[in-house]
Design a protein around this ligand. Structure first.
Ligand SMILES: *Cc1c(COP(=O)(O)O)cnc(C)c1O
Length: 468
């Protein structure tokens, strides 16, 4: 399988090349040259298999030419063996047609573990084969950093340095990063805000001498392998609810558009997903697009669902590329116009196609708390603030036919957001057993000023220590 850039000016690569490169050289995102399609019999054959097996078989066509099914099986077994639920991604029925797909049984209690845990395995395998070592750097406002750290800890060929804004993450989020005491993990608390950290990481990548010296790499959400690793759970859930012999719908709380893009990809592969519902908090650029072809960036506002506090959804470019008939020139022009004017000019025909498949709705903080309360009162099951936007969207935007079940992506465990839970339902959900002592564990972090040279020196010092 080869991958092409959505902007058409970068050389095609194979799965491993795309994994290690992340972004294409022309600023575009990698997409498979063609979509693998599974006939109905092949979907049926996956029914009832363990999750790791479904994941290996669904990812296999994307890694064709780089990894064998046997190699992938080893990796998915290792990636998902540590999850705290035997089903890995269990379904919980919320009402006659709505089912929560619990994606939070990984080490950091959010759906990002499903992709990151496999990514860690994939990186290790590729680097081992090439005899290379990389330093992964990233900035986080909370969830992504801990998922990346858990995925990379103790890996022989990887050092990881994660920058977070000093004092500006929740204590649970910080501790999920800083209590990982592995020698290859480096937590840096920067005196500044999230944008300071993000700018610092960009500056490190722009410093070409430093970039090549440290072999910098990233595991951000535009990495194709992360999208690929998110397809299997939609497959597992849809099969459990009767696909391919019965259509389903999905409802996904959306920020960078990576998770829902994976559902779109599952549909493209032949899974009968009738409708893709996205939900947002007050940062509503995506619902505005799908209801009115209005993709206009505004200032980001903080909300109870911080992982969706986003205005520019980087993975949207992949859908755009498809909507424009895979015309890379048109995609590049559209993205340039968006960057220059803050408004994305999507042709009406392309928008109509998108609007026929996607629905979107935004929910403010008060609505989110009300929805958490509603679901908990009706089911005793408590959604986290991100998931609550999606249960709300499912209740309001499901297909007219009540026989079509709706799969709600439950993207985080409610214990990650105890303050919101307390406001909504009056109690703080308990952390699961494997994290029960989190607040008493030893922390390790380095506090650094907002000074590129000093932070680069710290990253270098730490990585050198491990390189031998
Ligand atoms: C990252 C995240 C999201 C948004 O997912 P995208 O793939 O960026 O759309 C939603 N909920 C939670 C809990 C997250 O951590």
């Amino acid at each position: 399988m080869r991958y092409v850039s959505t902007r058409g000016e970068a050389p095609a690569r194979d799965f491993e090349g795309v994994l290690l490169a992340g972004l294409a050289e022309d600023g575009g995102l990698f997409m498979p040259e063609s979509w693998p399609e599974f006939p109905a019999a092949e979907w049926r054959a996956l029914r009832g298999l363990p999750y790791a097996e479904i994941a290996a078989r669904v990812v296999a066509p994307f890694a064709e030419g780089c990894l064998t099914l046997a190699e992938l099986r080893g990796m998915t077994a290792a990636a998902y063996g540590g999850f705290s639920h035997a089903a890995v991604v269990p379904l919980v029925q919320l009402d006659a047609r709505t089912h929560a797909l619990e994606l939070f049984h990984g080490p950091t209690l959010a759906f990002k573990d499903l992709a990151m845990q496999l990514l860690g395995q994939l990186f290790d395998h590729a680097l081992e084969r090439r005899g290379e070592r990389v330093t992964i750097v990233g900035a986080t406002s909370g969830d992504t950093g801990s998922a990346a750290i858990e995925a990379c800890r103790d890996r022989r060929n990887i050092d990881i340095a994660i920058l977070h804004p000093l004092g500006r993450t929740s204590e649970v989020q910080r501790r999920q990063m800083t209590t990982v005491l592995s020698a290859n993990v480096h937590n840096i608390a920067v005196e500044g805000d999230f944008d300071t950290c993000q700018d610092m990481v960009k500056a490190m990548f722009a410093d070409t001498a430093f970039r090549s010296e440290m072999k910098l790499s990233a595991v951000n959400s535009i990495n194709w392998a992360r999208v690929a690793a998110q397809i299997p759970y939609y497959v597992a859930a849809a099969l459990a609810l009767g696909a391919p012999d019965r259509p389903v719908a999905v409802s996904v709380p959306t920020g960078n558009f990576g998770n829902v893009l994976a559902a779109w990809a599952a549909r493209r592969m032949g899974l009968p997903i009738e409708r893709l519902i996205i939900s947002a908090n007050r940062n509503d650029i995506l619902p505005r697009f799908f209801t009115a072809n209005d993709m206009t960036a505004r200032a980001v506002e903080p909300s109870l669902s911080p992982s969706m506090d986003i205005q520019v959804s980087s993975n949207f470019e992949r859908l755009l590329f498809e909507l424009l008939g895979r015309d890379a020139g048109a995609t590049a022009r559209t993205m340039r116009a968006f960057r220059d004017t803050g408004r994305m000019p999507v042709p009406d025909a392309a928008w109509r196609e998108a609007a026929g498949l996607f629905r979107g709705v935004a929910l403010d903080d008060e609505g989110t708390l009300r929805e958490m309360r509603r679901v908990h009162a009706a089911t005793s099951w408590l959604p986290d603030p991100h998931t609550a936007t999606a249960t709300y969207a499912a209740a309001h935007l499901a297909p007219e036919d009540p026989a079509i079940p709706v799969i709600v992506a439950a993207t985080a465990h409610p214990a990650k957001f105890p303050d919101a839970a307390e406001r909504a339902v009056g109690f703080r959900p308990a952390l699961p057993p494997h994290l029960a002592d989190l607040m008493r564990r030893e922390e390790r972090l380095e506090v650094m000023p907002n000074d590129l040279e000093a932070v680069e020196a710290a990253v270098r010092r730490h990585a050198r220590r491990n390189a031998n």
